[in-house]
Design a protein around this ligand. Structure first.
Ligand code: FAD
Ligand code: UDP
Length: 371
């Protein structure tokens, strides 16, 4: 049997741990934070499950992953339908007929398409090469100016001209009156929160978990003691930034308890202007249809910020420069860290959603341990 060390008790590490223990392997999980579950950590406050690290909605079209995650929690039928607030004007997201009607007064899909075509003609048929061009080619200049430019430049801390087009392609554009933010077949929020999923994954007698422990405090000892290491922290930090720093975006979350029943009428409201310093406010009780106490609510404002060493690295910045550097780290890892597998959003430097993390972890388990 192999002795595994898993660095990071997030979804990737926990999925690997669960599968390895199921196959009889001994696993130790160490986690730098003082709790398990990584960024999907939720905590109950006044009967409300608070998403400590930003709104997390599980959505997937991968039936295998959906069945897999449903072993660990029951999911409610929550459908994400954020609204955008642009200087007090409210628009439906993602970009759909409701958005187009409010903005332009158009009623039919044909009218909406004509308006988009007219506005995107400023690109003269050019293939979009950055986020700005991609956004204009998908929804035209009005939506780009009101709902995309300000939000995106706050979120990523750079011009939309310097961002990869794929980021905006995450969002659906629809010529139907459908405010569902995702196109996926399955969607929901776990009843009782996300933390229980990771708790159940780590519950085996073959798994020991230590929180508040940093791998780098005893890196050399761990490398000697364990046969294999699954590392879900930052790949550049693992190599002491020897090839240079990868860029990340960090966030500051400002959470407030309020003695009101319903603060904003929706779980997620995006502030898409450039002046408001936060990108969104989430009101957690609406993820569970406001079932908690009538006179209490919890809201979180999300402020994007530049990552520097010591901050939490929430998002990889997958532009060409960083992807090239990541590749160099990956080559270094293949040569110099043969007993270490790098996984998850930080280990693989990829803008993974939860379902993709589970799928990636299951693939690694298959390659590492077999079916
Ligand atoms: P993480 O959760 O980051 O886990 C890695 C863990 O490793 C961390 O807990 C970290 O503390 C620990 N660690 C790092 N270095 C060390 C070290 N040296 N020693 C010990 N421990 C260490 N996905 C969706 O599907 N839907 C959503 O709605 C959604 N919303 C999101 C909103 C925000 C604001 C963010 C940031 C992400 C969102 N995601 C969403 C993505 C989701 O959070 C990730 O896909 C998932 O949490 C990644 O899991 P992971 O295990 O790779 O990483
Ligand atoms: N976006 C935007 N306006 C919005 C919401 C999203 O311009 O109101 C853009 C922004 O660039 C963001 C990207 O779409 O980074 C992807 O949005 P998503 O909601 O997937 O972001 P995440 O949940 O990963 O923060």
């Amino acid at each position: 049997m192999t002795k595994y060390l898993i660095v990071g008790a997030g979804l990737f590490g926990a999925t690997f741990a669960y599968e390895a223990a199921k196959k009889g392997h001994e696993v130790k999980v160490i986690e730098r934070r003082n709790h398990i579950a990584g960024n999907i950590f939720t905590k109950e406050v006044d009967g409300i499950q608070v998403h400590q690290y930003g709104a997390h909605i599980f959505h997937t079209s991968n039936k295998k992953v959906w069945d897999y995650v449903n072993q660990f929690a029951e999911f409610n039928r929550y459908t994400n339908s954020p609204v955008a607030n642009y200087h007090g004007e409210i628009y439906n997201l993602p970009f759909n007929m409701n958005t187009f009607n409010k903005l332009w007064g158009v009623v039919t899909p044909e009218e909406a398409q004509a308006k988009i075509d007219e506005q995107k003609s400023i690109l003269n048929g050019k293939r979009p090469e950055n986020l700005e061009e991609q956004a204009i080619s998908l929804v035209g200049t009005d939506i780009y100016e009101k709902l995309i430019k300000g939000y995106t430049e706050k979120q990523w801390g750079r011009s939309t001209k310097d961002l990869p087009a794929f980021i905006i392609r995450r969002l659906p554009v629809r010529l139907t009156y459908d405010n569902n933010y995702f196109n996926d077949d399955y969607q929901g929020i776990p009843v009782g929160g996300y933390t229980q999923i990771v708790e159940k994954m780590l519950a085996s007698d073959l798994i020991t978990v230590e929180t508040g422990v940093d791998f780098f405090d005893k890196k050399d000892e761990y490398l000697k003691e364990f046969d294999r290491i699954i590392f879900t922290g930052m790949i550049d930090e693992y190599f002491n930034y020897s090839l240079g720093e990868l860029e990340y975006r960090s966030l500051k979350f400002e959470t407030e308890k309020l003695d009101v029943d319903n603060y904003q009428g929706n779980a997620v409201v995006n502030y898409t202007d450039a002046e408001t310093p936060f990108t969104r406010i989430i009101e957690h009780k609406h993820f569970e249809f406001g079932k908690s106490d009538k006179n209490k609510t919890v809201i979180t404002r999300e402020y994007p910020k530049t990552w520097k060493r010591g901050d939490e690295p929430y998002y990889p910045v997958n532009n060409t420069k960083n992807n090239t550097l990541y590749k160099q780290y990956k080559e270094l890892a293949d040569r110099k860290a043969k007993n270490v597998l790098f996984g998850g959003r930080l280990g693989q430097y990829r803008y993974y959603d939860m379902d993709q993390v589970i799928s990636a972890a299951l693939n690694v388990v298959k390659a590492e341990i077999g079916d």
